[in-house]
Design a protein. Structure first.
Lengths: 179, 194
């Protein structure tokens, strides 16, 4: 923590960080320190990094407001940092500073991403306390009459035809593959 | 607590306290304060409320090459391999995801695949739609993130195109040139893009 604050002071001294940002960042860091537990502060073991999980998914689309409204109204993601400037963060899971994930929905920027040989063809989300009848009923109420997939693991398309999967811990679990 | 930080910062700016005193005071204050800023979004229907990313389906020409890069950089185990894919969970069997207390939320994982996305679906059904959206990069949270130390580590691992991503993260490209970002928990929904 001392090292982190030292860096913050350096950024403040050099003008890279304003007074307000300094206080906000320190407030967040303090909360993280208090709540993060040993994992967040543990040194990585050996080479490489100790990955704690997904931080965010950066979703590029023609109109971020449509994506924002879809993911918040359908899946209960919380809209943050929407300044009406072409992007918003949609938070879900644990608190933002406690390991929560977020989806960054944004419009194209000035520089389009370079094409690569890799592609993330879908994202699957976990729903806790899965109730098949309630899940399917809620989907139907949202206009999704025929989700694909199977009980406990369903797919729909979002407004930009991106494949969205959501599942329970039994049907989609890395340690149960092939079980 | 932020007003306390502001007061101390002002005292430092006015020369009333030294840099060392500022650092020590803020360190003590920050590490003894249990502030919280958890957000809880009301779901439109609780039955569909998402808890966490379950998995990211990453498709590439050679899933073994792709998976080995993520195993090397993030120390991820490879489990449940098939002829076309393998899963890389963010943790060990029996562990809970970071920050999660519920018992029915599994560890998030990467599923690295090599498959033809244009192939007709097994058992019939409509072909996959062509999406107008793109996941153009992924951000991962790592423990004890320090940007300069992370840069050195990535360099020693032979990771390419490492560059700064704002104040508190780094970007790089993976084995297939895909954009990957790493940060500590300080990069979150409240701070990213703020």
């Amino acid at each position: 923590m001392e090292k982190f604050i030292d860096r913050l002071i350096r950024d403040f001294e050099s003008g890279r960080l304003g007074r307000r940002e300094f206080c906000q960042m320190l407030g967040i860091a303090s909360a993280i320190f208090a709540a993060g537990g040993p994992e967040a502060n543990a040194a990585p073991a050996g080479r490489g990094f100790k990955a704690l999980g997904i931080n965010h998914v950066s979703y590029l689309c023609p109109d971020y407001t449509k994506a924002r409204d879809f993911y918040s109204s359908t899946f209960g993601m919380q809209v943050t940092n929407d300044k009406g400037k072409g992007r918003a963060n949609l938070a879900f899971g644990p608190g933002p500073d406690k390991g929560g994930n977020f989806l960054v929905v944004h419009n194209p920027g000035a520089n389009p991403p370079k094409p690569t040989e890799a592609l993330i063809d879908h994202v699957c989300y976990t729903i806790s306390n899965w109730d098949e009848g309630k899940v399917r009923g809620a989907l139907k109420a949202k206009g999704f009459d025929a989700p694909t997939g199977r009980d406990g693991s369903l797919h729909v398309y979002d407004p930009f035809d991106y494949d969205v999967q959501f599942a329970n811990a039994v049907q989609e679990n890395a340690f149960r593959r092939g079980a | 607590m932020e007003s306390f930080y502001a007061t101390k910062l002002d005292e430092f700016a006015q020369g009333k306290i030294s840099r060392r005193a500022l650092l020590e005071t803020l360190t003590v204050a920050a590490t003894t304060t249990a502030a919280t800023s958890a957000a809880s979004a009301p779901a439109s229907d609780p039955a569909l409320k998402i808890q966490l990313v379950n998995h990211i389906s990453y498709n590439c020409p050679d899933f073994k090459k792709g998976a080995d890069w993520y195993s090397k950089v993030f120390n991820l185990d490879q489990v449940g391999a098939t002829k076309i894919d393998v899963a890389l969970p963010f943790g060990k069997k029996g562990e809970k995801p970071f920050g999660v207390t519920a018992n029915d939320v599994p560890l998030s994982s990467l599923i690295i695949r090599s498959r033809d996305l244009n192939a007709p679906p097994q058992g019939g059904g409509a072909p996959r739609r062509k999406s107008r959206a793109l996941i153009e990069h992924m951000g991962y949270t790592v423990a004890d993130f320090d940007r300069e130390r992370a840069k050195a580590e990535l360099k020693s691992l032979g990771v390419e195109n490492v560059r700064d991503g704002g104040l508190y993260s780094l970007h790089m490209t993976d084995a297939y040139g895909y954009d990957v970002q790493i940060s500590g928990v300080a990069n979150n929904a409240l701070t990213d893009g703020a």
